[in-house]
Design a protein around this ligand. Structure first.
Ligand code: G16
Length: 543
C-alpha cells in the first residue's frame, strides 16, 4: 500500500466546541479541511500505533465519504484495526460501548448531534478516548493547537471499503472490520434492564411511541423495542436514518419533535412517548399529555434506580451540569450520596465516572446516562423509564407528580435565542459581567441577589480548571438564572437562558413553569437587556 504525504495549510476555525468540531457541510467539503482535523487528531495522540480505532457516525450527509477518508488516514498513520459500524452507522452511545468492550484506544464519531443535516446542513467530528468518552479539554486543546500549525497529512492510496458488507478487509497493514451497528449495544441494554418485565408491559394494553426523527436510533429502537421487547410494529416512527433527517431538525424537544408532540398531546394519546436526536445520545420523555422536563427526568431516574436490575446495588453518587436544575441534588441529599456540579459538556463527567464517584449523571439539554458507557444515552433513558413504568404500574404523570410531592418541585425552563448576532451576544454577556461586582446584596424585584459569578470548575480528580462556563445570578431564596452562549451552534450565537425556582408546597406544583417563572423571566430580560440586544421579542425554543 502506498502512503501519500499531502502538503496542506492550516485553517483558522478548527477549535472544537462543547462536543467536537461542528461546521456546515460546505466547510467540511473544502479541500484538506477534514484531513487537517483528522491528522491533527492523530498528531495529538500517543501510543496508538497497532491498536484499534472505532469509527462511525449518525448517517447524516457526508458520513460515508468522511469515513472513507478517515479509514485511509488511519491506515497511513499506523492504526492496527478500525471497527466501523455497518453502513457507517454508529450511534454515539453505541460507539462508546464498542470502544470500551473491545479495548479500543479511541473512536472517531461523525455527527453534528441535534443540528440539521443535508448538503447545506451541519456535519461534525469528535474524538473519544479509551474510556469511551469525549476527549477531555487537554486533548481537544492539543488537537486545536495542531490544527494551527499543520503542514502535511498522510493518507493511504487505497480503494474505498464496502461499508455495507459485514466482515473484514485490509487497507495495507490495517484491518477494517465492518460490524453490526446494533448487536453489542442491544446486548449491553439487556444486561442492565429487566427485559422480561418491560416485555410484559409492552405486550399488554400499554401504548408507546418512539420517534427516531429519521436519525440514527431507528435501527436500534426497532431491534430493541419491536423485536426484543415485543412492542407493536410501528411503535418506532421515522425509523429510517436519512442523510437529511427527512428535512427535519433531529432535536428531541417540544418544538422540533412536532409529530410526536402532536400525538402525545392529542386525544387518545399513547401512555408513553420518547424521541432521540441525530446521534442517539439525547432523549425526550413524554406521558399522555405530559412533558417530563429533562432535569426532573434525571432526578427521577436517580430516585428510582433501585427498581432497575443494573442499578439495584445502589448509586455511588450523581452529577449534573451547572445549568441543570437542582432537582437531582435533593434526591442525592435524601439518599445520602454525593452530587457533583460540572460545566456543560458530557466530557466533564468522564473522570467522575472513571473514579466511581458517580453512577448516574445528566444535563438539562435532554441528556442522561450512567457508568455503562461514557456518553449520554437516549435509548438507555427510554429503557430506564420503561423499567420504572413496568415496576410501578402508574402513569408517567403520576410518577412525576409523586416525585414532586416527595422532594418539592424545582420549576425549570430554558429559553434559547438561536442565530443571534455574535457581537450582540458577546455584548450582552459583557454587560452582565460588568454588573457582577455590585449585584450581590442588591434587591431585584422581589428577589435579593445572593451571588453573581462566572462559573469555574476544578475537576476533583485531576485538578484541571475550566473557567468561563456560564454566568450565574443566584438569589437568597435559591432561585437562579444562568446565561450561557452555546458551544454547539454553527451560525451566529445561541444565547441560552436557564431559569429555576423551588416550590416545596405541593398545592402549588401543578402550575405551568412559564407562569411560575414569570417574575424571573422578566427580571432576566431587564438585567441582561435580552430583547434590546438580540432584537427578538421571544425565544426561538422554550423547554
Ligand atoms: C452537547 C454536549 C452536552 C451539552 C450540549 C449542549 O450535546 O455533549 O454536554 O449539554 O451539547 O451544549 P451547548 O449548550 O453548548 O449547545 P450533543 O447532544 O449536542 O452532543
Amino acid at each position: 500500500m502506498a502512503i501519500k504525504t499531502v502538503s496542506t495549510t492550516p485553517f483558522d476555525d478548527q477549535k472544537p466546541g462543547t462536543s467536537g468540531l461542528r461546521k456546515q457541510v460546505p466547510s467540511f467539503q473544502q479541500p484538506h479541511y477534514l484531513e487537517n482535523f483528522i491528522q491533527s487528531t492523530f498528531n495529538s495522540l500517543e501510543d496508538y500505533q497497532g491498536k484499534t480505532l472505532v469509527v462511525g457516525g449518525d448517517g447524516r450527509y457526508y458520513n460515508r465519504p468522511a469515513i472513507q477518508t478517515i479509514l485511509k488516514m488511519a491506515a497511513a498513520n499506523g492504526v492496527g484495526k478500525a471497527m466501523v459500524g455497518q453502513g457507517g452507522i454508529l450511534s454515539t452511545p453505541a460507539a462508546s460501548c464498542l470502544i470500551r468492550k473491545y479495548d479500543a484506544f479511541g473512536g472517531i464519531i461523525l455527527s453534528a448531534s441535534h443540528n440539521p443535516g443535508g448538503p447545506e446542513g451541519d456535519f461534525g467530528v469528535k474524538y473519544n478516548v479509551s474510556n469511551g468518552g469525549p476527549a477531555p479539554e487537554k486533548v481537544t486543546s492539543a488537537i486545536f493547537e495542531n490544527t494551527k500549525t499543520i503542514r502535511e497529512y498522510k493518507i493511504a492510496e487505497a480503494t474505498d471499503v464496502d461499508l455495507d458488507r459485514l466482515g473484514t478487509v485490509q487497507i495495507g497493514e490495517m484491518t477494517v472490520e465492518v460490524v453490526d451497528s446494533v448487536a453489542d449495544y442491544a446486548e449491553l441494554m439487556e444486561s442492565l434492564f429487566d427485559f422480561g418485565k418491560i416485555r410484559t408491559l409492552l405486550e399488554g394494553d400499554f401504548r408507546m411511541c418512539m420517534d427516531s426523527l429519521h436519525a440514527v436510533t431507528g435501527p436500534y429502537a426497532k431491534a430493541i423495542f419491536e423485536q426484543a421487547l415485543g412492542a407493536q410494529p410501528g411503535t418506532v416512527t421515522n425509523g429510517e436514518p436519512l442523510e437529511d433527517f427527512g428535512g427535519g431538525h433531529p432535536d428531541p424537544n417540544l418544538v422540533y419533535a412536532h409529530d410526536l408532540v402532536k400525538t402525545m398531546f392529542g386525544s387518545d394519546a399513547p401512555d408513553f412517548g420518547a424521541a432521540s436526536d441525530g446521534d442517539g445520545d439525547r432523549n425526550m420523555i413524554l406521558g399522555n399529555n405530559f412533558f417530563v422536563n429533562p432535569s426532573d427526568s434525571l432526578a427521577l431516574i436517580a430516585a428510582n434506580a433501585q427498581l432497575v436490575p443494573g442499578y439495584k446495588a445502589g448509586l455511588s453518587g450523581v452529577a449534573r451540569s451547572m445549568p441543570t436544575s437542582q432537582a437531582v441534588d435533593r434526591v442525592a441529599k435524601a439518599l445520602g450520596m454525593s452530587c457533583y456540579e460540572t460545566p456543560t459538556g458530557w466530557k466533564f463527567f468522564g473522570n467522575l465516572l472513571d473514579a466511581n464517584k458517580i453512577t448516574i449523571c445528566g444535563e438539562e439539554s435532554f441528556g442522561t446516562g450512567s457508568d455503562h458507557v461514557r456518553e449520554k444515552d437516549g435509548l438507555w433513558a427510554v429503557l430506564f423509564w420503561l423499567n420504572i413504568l413496568a415496576e410501578r404500574q402508574q402513569s408517567v404523570e403520576e410518577i412525576v407528580v409523586d416525585h414532586w410531592q416527595t422532594y418539592g418541585r424545582n420549576f425549570y425552563s430554558r429559553h434559547d435565542y438561536e442565530g443571534v448576532d455574535s457581537a450582540k451576544a458577546n455584548e450582552l454577556m459583557a454587560g452582565l459581567r460588568d454588573q457582577f461586582s455590585t449585584l450581590p446584596g442588591q434587591a431585584l424585584g422581589d428577589y435579593t441577589v445572593d451571588y453573581a459569578d462566572d462559573f469555574s470548575y476544578t475537576d476533583p480528580i485531576d485538578g484541571s480548571i475550566s473557567q468561563n462556563q456560564g454566568l450565574r445570578i443566584g438569589f437568597t431564596d435559591g432561585s437562579r438564572m444562568v446565561f450561557r452562549l452555546s458551544g454547539t451552534g454553527t451560525q451566529g450565537a445561541t444565547l441560552r437562558l436557564y431559569l429555576e425556582s423551588y416550590e416545596p408546597d405541593a398545592a402549588k406544583h401543578l402550575v405551568d413553569p412559564q407562569e411560575a417563572l414569570k417574575p424571573l423571566i422578566l427580571l432576566a430580560d431587564k438585567t441582561a437587556k435580552i430583547k434590546e440586544l438580540t432584537g427578538r421579542d421571544a425565544p426561538t425554543v422554550i423547554t
